[in-house]
Design a protein around this ligand. Structure first.
Ligand code: PLP
Ligand code: COI
Length: 340
């Protein structure tokens, strides 16, 4: 069946694989990992995930190296972020050992779906935690399902590593300052659908959100963090309503490694004019260089690429990150888990 997969031309969409891994929290404890070949789950119609949004997900990737080894990038960080998301909406956090074992198992069982080295594809890993117990009043569930499935993917933005365009609008907010923007819960993504549709209909790959309170500072994109480059400095927003991106954290380290300064601070919208390069970064997006940002409500455009090529710093960071992920370069930071 994998013979039918066109590894070189994968998009970011769901392809069925062989197995997923599940673990249930019932009677105050987590059970054993279970393997399933079913794509569906049996859920109570009054489960809290369906009514009150008790749902969190993660996204990480496995890479097939030239040496035939399978590498998972920053597994521990994703495990910890999911615990933080769970706490944020009163779900039972998944112990790190269960998260780690489930992810490794899901990757290993679906090894034949890991895109071969050199095709540009990766195996996307999607851990999911949902409140599965019935409640009709607004309250946290007593039961949870943790599930990990995988699917082979290509680039999230159709341009891949070519400059993409973003839209600024003040008509929508993604998340409130003291809300759930800093954790990875489904409601944030539901809230981003209308503005995402507006962006897509106007030819943009995503919205670049401003802070919801003052509409003065850059927050992030729907599926990725933002960074700008100027004066040999990598600058990325500080905000209480953005997801702490593990890719962004890694790029800050790599930026330091190649001799750049780094700053995490508020970025006023006017500062967009001063960047030499800009990018969107995330597990799915990797680095998506930003070619232009349009702000039609203010009649402004910020252009970072006129020739359809990424800037030199974006290119350097992208190559370095991918080299570590695919195992072409030594992992000096302990970011890689090899799946034996
Ligand atoms: N911001 C949002 C809203 C996201 O959904 C993601 C994806 O996970 C990111 C940023 C990037 O985070 P990471 O690099 O950890 O994938
Ligand atoms: C990721 O980059 O893993 C994400 O979760 C982004 C998106 C697919 C929602």
């Amino acid at each position: 069946m994998t013979g039918e997969i066109d590894w070189e031309n994968l998009s970011f969409s769901y392809i069925k694989t062989d197995y997923n891994v599940r673990c249930y929290y019932r009677d105050g404890k987590w059970g054993k990992l279970e393997t399933s070949s079913s794509e569906t789950i049996n859920l109570h119609m009054s489960a809290t995930c369906l009514h009150y949004g008790q749902e969190s997900f993660e996204g990480l990737k496995a890479f097939k190296g030239k040496d035939g080894k399978t590498r998972i990038f920053r597994l521990d960080e994703n495990a910890r972020r999911m615990q933080n998301s769970a706490k944020g909406i009163l779900m039972e956090p998944v112990p790190e050992e269960i998260f780690t074992e489930a992810v490794k198992k899901a990757v290993k069982l679906n090894e034949r779906f890991i895109p071969p080295y050199g095709t540009g594809g990766t195996l996307y890993i999607r851990p999911l935690l949902i409140g599965s117990g019935p409640k009709i009043g607004v309250a946290p569930s007593d039961e949870y399902l943790f599930l990990v499935f995988v699917t082979p993917v290509g680039p999230y933005f159709k341009e891949g590593f070519k400059p993409t365009s973003l839209l600024i609008t003040r008509k929508y907010d993604r998340a409130a300052p003291r809300g759930t923007g800093n954790i990875k819960v489904g409601g944030n993504y539901a809230a981003s659908l209308p503005s995402g549709k507006m962006a897509a209909e106007n030819g943009y790959s995503a919205v670049l959100y401003l802070d919801s309170c003052e509409k003065k500072y850059i927050d992030e994109c729907g599926p990725a963090n933002f960074f700008g480059i100027k004066n040999s400095t990598y600058i990325t927003p500080e905000s209480s309503s953005i997801l702490p991106s593990i890719t962004n954290k890694s790029l800050m380290q790599l930026a330091k490694d190649i001799g750049l300064k780094t700053e995490r601070r508020q970025i006023p919208i006017d500062e967009l004019e001063t960047f030499d390069e800009a990018g969107a970064c995330g597990t799915a997006a990797v680095i998506s260089p930003i070619g232009r940002i349009d702000d039609p409500e203010e009649n402004k455009s910020y252009i970072y690429s006129k020739d359809g090529k990424p800037g030199p710093v974006c290119e350097k960071l992208f190559n370095k990150l991918q080299a570590i992920q695919y195992g072409d370069e030594t992992d000096n930071h302990g970011w890689i888990t090899i799946v034996e």
